[in-house]
Design a protein around this ligand. Structure first.
Ligand SMILES: N[C@@H](CCC(=O)N[C@@H](CS)C(=O)NCC(=O)O)C(=O)O
Length: 208
């Protein structure tokens, strides 16, 4: 039988997982066709992954991809309907994509991947330089969650779909694990997300 969604991206990738979680939530089939961002096969005009094929469309940018799949196959259930509540969710998706992901990826996730997977020396100076900003970012998220639950007060939504893989990638690094363990609200939210079948079904191979 034909797979509904073809994800051209790296197998262990934050944004491939965003698409995978959305497919699981929408109960449609999906597969990853392993494609490195820098490979000549990658069709993304800005050299990012994933590129997604669905319904004869070729889509890029995870917000557009996830919203399309949710709208076409899930009745838009991951996008909150009340405009004010939706604005809060959209704010958190934007925070995840514009601030948290670049900070975590550049400062901790990639240095550890380059070290553990590609065998390069660990770039300790890069990690040391990034840690204060990463701590500040985690502190901000933790404080927001402790006041009003931030995005979590509104049930599982697109904000969770984006924030979970971004924070999970960080948590899989030694310093990220320690940082998140110090944040009670973030830790509890992550544990709750992990009970969700879509999160469980899309675990990375590298996850314990
Ligand atoms: N704005 C893009 C970001 C995608 C992105 O940054 N993907 C990462 C992998 S998770 C990537 O392509 N990294 C390789 C690179 O930046 O060279 C989206 O939302 O899809």
């Amino acid at each position: 039988m034909k797979t509904d969604v073809r994800i051209f991206g790296t197998v262990i990738s934050t944004y491939s997982r965003v698409v995978q979680i959305t497919c699981e939530e929408s109960t449609i089939s999906h597969e990853i066709i392993a494609t490195a961002a820098q490979s000549p096969q990658n069709r993304h005009p800005f050299g990012k992954v994933p590129v997604v094929e669905v319904d004869g469309l070729e889509l890029i940018e995870s917000v557009a991809i996830a919203n399309y799949i949710d709208n076409a196959y899930n009745g838009g259930a991951l996008q909150l309907s009340d405009p004010a509540v939706r604005a809060v969710g959209d704010k958190w998706v934007a925070i995840a994509n514009n601030y948290l992901f670049p900070l975590f990826e550049d400062g901790l996730v990639m240095p550890w991947i380059m070290h553990n997977v590609a065998g390069y020396p660990l770039r300790r100076e890069k990690i040391e330089a990034a840690l204060p900003n990463i701590s500040r970012a985690l502190g901000f998220v933790e404080a927001e969650m402790s006041v009003d639950g931030a995005w979590t007060a509104n049930g599982f939504s697109m904000a969770d779909v984006f924030l979970y893989p971004v924070l999970r990638g960080l948590q899989l690094t030694p310093q990220g694990e320690v940082g998140i363990a110090q944040c009670d609200h973030i830790s509890e939210w992550m544990k709750n997300c992990e009970k969700r079948p879509s999160i469980h079904a899309t675990r990375w191979e590298s996850e314990p």
